[in-house]
Structure formats: structure tokens, C-alpha cells
Design a protein around this ligand. Structure first.
Ligand code: AMP
Ligand code: MG
Length: 449
């Protein structure tokens, strides 16, 4: 590369491209190469909700464990009720009753029946359950007659209303594969197998650090020139929403000592997410300290918002200061841009997939839908534009309505958005009426989709 440059372009020393911009894909690729599933942990079943199963689950039992009744009715031998109907009922002697949770000790012999409730094991000898509605039970009761015999009024096929043992799950059967995301249904399945605990991929611990002299903590009065630290909160919330555990480190001032002191606290994190102080060309202590403490790249990514991005590995010098002197393992650092929308969009594109990879997820990306744009997205400088849009569906078609001013400081337009519509880097504009891809930020019941 170097040789090539000198050989062919010795006389062209000036730089004629203003910036070496990285494509979104290339930044993504370099970042994602550093993340994979974390170690498993074992914990109580309900606490596993939203995590990824670390090992497959085979059933220790049959479900249902015993053949049981799907209806309230009478357990009979099918051979006894062949040809039964309204006009020609079959009379059977009722020899007992079995409720759910009991096992009858009696056997249904020819000419007999056992009254059975839904979920009760089907007694020996019986192969079919006749629902009450297909008997004369109601009339018998109304007439004050005993229930020691019953008229069967329907001919049912053998096995009717019997749920066979192992119908759902056989002993030893693979029920949940490793990598399955645990939702309420999976919690229910594991509970039905009697499993009190599960092995899941642990959630990543993600440290959050805001940087800047202008930042004020919530709860403090806002002096002139200051703004509240919103990134610390939107980023921590995004970490929770992505499935991680945030550890808030607060605000580092724009001075070396404060920055260094904050970095002492990241030991044990799986990722550090900072905001601000990473723009190219800017002098910033954030950059100095990160450079001194790690192998950090400062990038310009071909996207709008969120062009500046830092990524690399932070040496765990705090670990080296431990009693045993062993250095900790390096911690990936993602330096988001300071502007509040840029920070959120960069998090969305790069930090969220990293967290999901650590969680052991197979799918890292948000769902993308195709829709119709209702207002233009302008692209002034060849970057991929992620426009904040409110997505609605009418007659089965998605419409992407831009949420107003798209400045990277206009955080309320992020709040009005449920999607990011994409204008590719090589298009100067996406006009109203054109088809766009929309990255769906949320699919929830608050929005009509
Ligand atoms: P910088 O990347 O440091 O040049 O910051 C870019 C813009 O983002 C500036 O207007 C900052 O005031 C603003 N900013 C930086 N950090 C935060 C934060 N934590 N919360 C809200 N705004 C911020
Ligand atoms: Mg700053």
C-alpha cells in the first residue's frame, strides 16, 4: 500500500479526499468481530425470561404423563357403544368416579363405565370417553334417578376424547434447542417438565459514561451554558431494552484526571459505551485518554446522523492494579457521538447488535419493512441517511411519515418515531411517494400496525 502510493503518486502529496469514511457495513463488520455469546449461568426459571437457552432441553418425562380425558363424561369401552344413538341408547353400569389428580384402581369391564372428569387418567379397560351431553345424565338428575347406570346416546370412534400419554412430549424428546429465546411460552414448557432452573447465556454488563464539561446531572439546577446529561439515560435505557444490564458511571469532565478516574470503574464490564468527544478533527481529552488506555479507532462512518464513532479495545489497567497484579481482559469500547439523536442512532446500529450477540441471539437486526414515504428525505453529502419516521399501516400498506426537523440534536423527533427510514448513500433524495426500507424500532401495541 505504502510502496504503491510512493511509486505512483510521489508528486501528489496533498490529500484530495476530505475524509476516509467507513461504510456502515465495514464499521459493523469490524465491531461485530469482537462480540460473541457470553458464558452460561443457571438461574430460577422465571428470571430466565428474555435470555437465550445455553443448552438444549430434553424431556425427563412424558406429557401428558398418563392417557387422560379431554372432556367431562364417561370412560367406556368403544366396543360397548357401537351403533348407539338417540333412538337406540346403550345402557352401561356406572362403577365409579375418577377426578383429575386421582388414579382409578377400578377396571372398566364390558358393560360398565366410570364417570370421569377432564384431565383425569383414563381407567384401565376404557378406551373412549363419552361426554355428558351424549348421555341421559341431565334427564336422570332432573328426574331424581340414581347415576349408577347411564344411557349412552352416541357411537364415538375408539380413542375419542382421550389424550394419549406422551401426545405432546415423549420422554427423552428434544423439547427446546440451545439458542432458543425464552418467552412466556418457553417458561411454561419448562415448568410443565418440572424444571425449576435453566441454563441461559448471561446478560452483558454495559458501562455507560457521558463526557463533557457542559453536562449537568439530573436533580441539579441548570447553570448558564449547561445542559442535562440525556445521553447517559437514553443509552442506559437502550441497553436495558436490548437485553443488557447498564452500569452508569455518570459524567466525566473534559480533563485527563476525571476521564482516567472514570475508566477505573469499568473493570468487569463486557462493554463500555461513552458519548461525545469523538468527532474527527476536534481536540478532545476523551480521545487522548482513550488512546493512552487502549487501542481505539476514531472513525467517520458514512451515515447521517452519527458520523463520528470510536471503537476499540480498552486495556484493563485497573485489573493490573489488583492485588495479584494480573491484568484484566480488554474491554470493548464504543464511543458514540455526543448529539443526542446521533448517540441513539449509533447505539441502534452498532451497540444493540453487539449486546444481542453477547446475549447469544441469532437475529441481531431489527425487523425491516418496505413502505411508502410521505415526505422527502434529503441526502446532501453522500451518506446513508436514517430518517426518523412514524410508521403507520393503512389498508395493509406501511407509510413512513417523517417526524419533523431531522437535526441530530432534536431528540423529541426521535421520541415521535417508531422507525428509521433509509435513504441510500448514492441517492441525493428519496421523494414523497417512493418506496423505502424502514428499520422498525418498536413493534408494540401502542401503535396501530
Ligand atoms: P461533542 O461530541 O462533544 O462535540 O458533542 C456534540 C453535542 O452533543 C454537543 O452539543 C454536546 O453538548 C451534546 N452532548 C454531548 N454529550 C451529551 C449528553 N450526555 N447529553 C446531551 N447532550 C450531549
Ligand atoms: Mg464535548
Amino acid at each position: 500500500m505504502q510502496t504503491h502510493h510512493h511509486h505512483h503518486h510521489q508528486e501528489h502529496e496533498h490529500r484530495h479526499i476530505d475524509e476516509d469514511m467507513l461504510s456502515v457495513e465495514e464499521a459493523y463488520r469490524q465491531i461485530m468481530a469482537c462480540f460473541g455469546p457470553l458464558e452460561p449461568e443457571e438461574k430460577p426459571l422465571l428470571e430466565c425470561l428474555g435470555q437465550t437457552l445455553a443448552a438444549e432441553i430434553r424431556s425427563p418425562l412424558a406429557l401428558p404423563p398418563l392417557a387422560n380425558s379431554g372432556m367431562d363424561g364417561y370412560a367406556v369401552r368403544r366396543a360397548d357403544i357401537g351403533g348407539a344413538g338417540e333412538a337406540q341408547p346403550r345402557r352401561l353400569q356406572v362403577i365409579g368416579l375418577v377426578a383429575a389428580g386421582q388414579v382409578s384402581t377400578q377396571t372398566v369391564a364390558s358393560g360398565t363405565a366410570i364417570r370421569i372428569m377432564t384431565g383425569a387418567p383414563v381407567p384401565a379397560g376404557a378406551d373412549t370417553v363419552v361426554p355428558f351431553e351424549e348421555t341421559d345424565e341431565v334427564e336422570r338428575r332432573a328426574a331424581g334417578r340414581t347415576l349408577d347406570e347411564i344411557d349412552i346416546r352416541a357411537d364415538l370412534p375408539v380413542g375419542c376424547n382421550v389424550r394419549p400419554a406422551g401426545e405432546d412430549v415423549q420422554p427423552g424428546q428434544l423439547v427446546l434447542e440451545a439458542g432458543t429465546v425464552i418467552r412466556p411460552a418457553e417458561i411454561g414448557v419448562m415448568a410443565s417438565l418440572g424444571l425449576e432452573r435453566a441454563r441461559v447465556i448471561r446478560r452483558p454488563l454495559v458501562s455507560v459514561l457521558s463526557t463533557g464539561d457542559e453536562l449537568e446531572s439530573l436533580g441539579q439546577p441548570l447553570a448558564g451554558g449547561k445542559i442535562y446529561d440525556s445521553n447517559g439515560f437514553s443509552v442506559a435505557a437502550s441497553i436495558i431494552a436490548a437485553g443488557g444490564r447498564p452500569q452508569t458511571l455518570g459524567i466525566a469532565r473534559d480533563n485527563l484526571a476525571d476521564m482516567r478516574r472514570k475508566l477505573e470503574q469499568v473493570a468487569g464490564s463486557d462493554l463500555l459505551v461513552t458519548s461525545a468527544g469523538v468527532s474527527k478533527g476536534d481536540y478532545d481529552v476523551v480521545k487522548d485518554v482513550l488512546t493512552e488506555r487502549g487501542d481505539i479507532n476514531f472513525w467517520s462512518v458514512r451515515m447521517r446522523p452519527a458520523k463520528p464513532l470510536a471503537f476499540g479495545m480498552l486495556r484493563d489497567d485497573a485489573g493490573a492494579a489488583d492485588m495479584d497484579g494480573t491484568p484484566g481482559k480488554p474491554i470493548p469500547l464504543m464511543g458514540l457521538p455526543g448529539n443526542p439523536v446521533s448517540a441513539m442512532v449509533a447505539f441502534e446500529m452498532f451497540a444493540r447488535p453487539a449486546i444481542r450477540a453477547m446475549l447469544g441471539r441469532q437475529r441481531l437486526a431489527r425487523p425491516v419493512v418496505e413502505g411508502t414515504l410521505t415526505g422527502p428525505i434529503r441526502n446532501t453529502d453522500g451518506r446513508r441517511v436514517f430518517a426518523r419516521v412514524e410508521v403507520a399501516r393503512q389498508n395493509g400498506v406501511f407509510y413512513a411519515n417523517p417526524t419533523g426537523p431531522q437535526g441530530s440534536n432534536i431528540l423529541t423527533s426521535m421520541s415521535r418515531a417508531n422507525g428509521l427510514a433509509v435513504c441510500p448513500e448514492d441517492l441525493p433524495v428519496k421523494e414523497a411517494g417512493e418506496r423505502v426500507s424502514i428499520i422498525m424500532l418498536d413493534w408494540n401495541e401502542e401503535v396501530d400496525l
